[in-house]
Ligand binder design. Structure first.
Ligand SMILES: Cc1cc2nc3c(=O)[nH]c(=O)nc-3n(C[C@H](O)[C@H](O)[C@H](O)COP(=O)(O)O)c2cc1C
Length: 165
């Protein structure tokens, strides 16, 4: 069985989450896993299942991730697909914040029906942002730091592997 992990990132934290999901899924055996950025992929041909994830910017998946699911919606409709998202709202893991982050995925779920969804806190490093973006995120009240919960990410990867296989 071949599983594709496709992701979109701006500053790299989602790429690291995708790589860790890939490591966990593959380490459990019984499948071959490829991890690629969406913009390097021509499609999902040859894969039996897919896990697709994106960072959030201003309440939305990155445009290249959204374009990827829209462009390949028919092929994605033929295989089990799981989605994940990485964002800063979940730096405070409350029920209200989970609802808000789950809603970020509504437009994606209109295109593909996922078998599972992973919602993860990400990383904010002001020094990696342009002056204008730094002003913007400070105004939004985004805290700085690495909020990724690797245990939660690994637990989800194990659970989603079972659903996809
Ligand atoms: C300009 C900008 C806008 C963002 N907007 C949101 C947002 O609306 N909601 C949210 O939860 N996180 C938001 N974030 C936080 C990112 O989703 C988070 O930092 C994520 O880990 C970035 O992933 P990346 O390192 O893969 O690019 C924003 C970050 C930036 C830089």
């Amino acid at each position: 069985m071949k599983i594709l992990i496709a992701y979109a990132t701006k500053a790299g934290s989602t790429a690291e989450v995708a790589a860790e999901i890939g490591r966990v899924v593959e380490s459990k055996g019984g499948c071959e896993v490829d991890v690629h950025p969406v913009d390097k992929l021509k499609g999902v041909d040859g894969y039996d299942a897919a896990i697709i994830g994106s960072a959030i910017r201003v309440g939305k998946w990155l445009p290249e991730a959204m374009k990827f699911v829209e462009k390949h919606r028919d092929a994605l409709g033929q295989i089990p697909v799981a989605l994940f998202t990485v964002c800063l709202t979940l730096s405070e893991d409350t029920e209200e914040n989970r609802r808000e982050v789950a809603a970020y995925l509504d437009p994606v779920c209109e295109v593909v029906q996922p078998v599972d969804i992973g919602l993860f806190a990400g990383l904010m490093d002001y020094s990696k942002l342009s002056f204008l973006l730094r002003l913007m995120v400070k105004k939004m009240g985004s805290p700085e730091g690495d909020f990724r919960d690797w245990e939660a990410i690994r637990a989800w990867a194990g659970q989603v592997r079972a659903r996809l296989m």
